[in-house]
Design a protein. Structure first.
Length: 165
């Protein structure tokens, strides 16, 4: 099998203009081996993301960073928490119908006993009916005045490969 349906939950703190929020996303993605050594992660919900890497882990790390970068961009563009919430909701609602159909076909194939290769054979299984959605929770840093909270405080993870000795 070369297509794997994934369910994920990401928790991401985001600093915006005068607010700190935590975004909780329960989404779906499709991991696909397009060719030997070329893995892609296609977002289903949210559907506006796709990233690739040499391994499933690398592709997922780049996908996760692209998700984080989108949230940070929304924080930069938003003048308030309400604006930010609207942009995040619109982003999550961009469902990719083609990848959703591929995701469902891959899920059904696994349910019918198709063999699953490593590292996917070790993943815990969740019910596909698990609720999906996104929630923005307001979190304020009580030690900093809201006027000091700006999107430049957001930090990206370094998802590059480690250096060889």
């Amino acid at each position: 099998m070369k297509e794997y349906p994934l369910l994920f939950t990401y928790y991401q703190p985001v600093v915006g203009r005068g607010f700190v929020a935590e975004v909780v996303c329960h989404g779906r993605a499709l991991m696909v081996e397009e060719s030997a050594g070329e893995w892609f992660v296609y977002g289903v919900e949210p559907g506006g993301l796709a990233e690739s890497g040499a391994t499933p882990q690398e592709a997922h790390a780049f996908f996760r960073e692209a998700y984080r970068a989108a949230l940070f961009l929304f924080a930069e563009q938003s003048g308030s928490l309400t604006d930010f919430e609207r942009q995040v909701a619109r982003f999550f609602a961009q469902r990719d119908e083609e990848d959703a159909a591929r995701w469902e076909a891959a899920r059904l194939a696994i349910g019918e006993g198709v063999s699953v290769d490593a590292p996917f054979d070790c993943l815990s299984r969740e019910k596909a009916e698990r609720p999906r959605g996104v929630e923005v929770r307001r979190r304020l840093d009580g030690e900093q005045p809201a006027s000091l909270l700006t999107p430049d405080l957001n930090e990206h993870d370094d998802v590059g490969l480690p250096l060889a000795a």
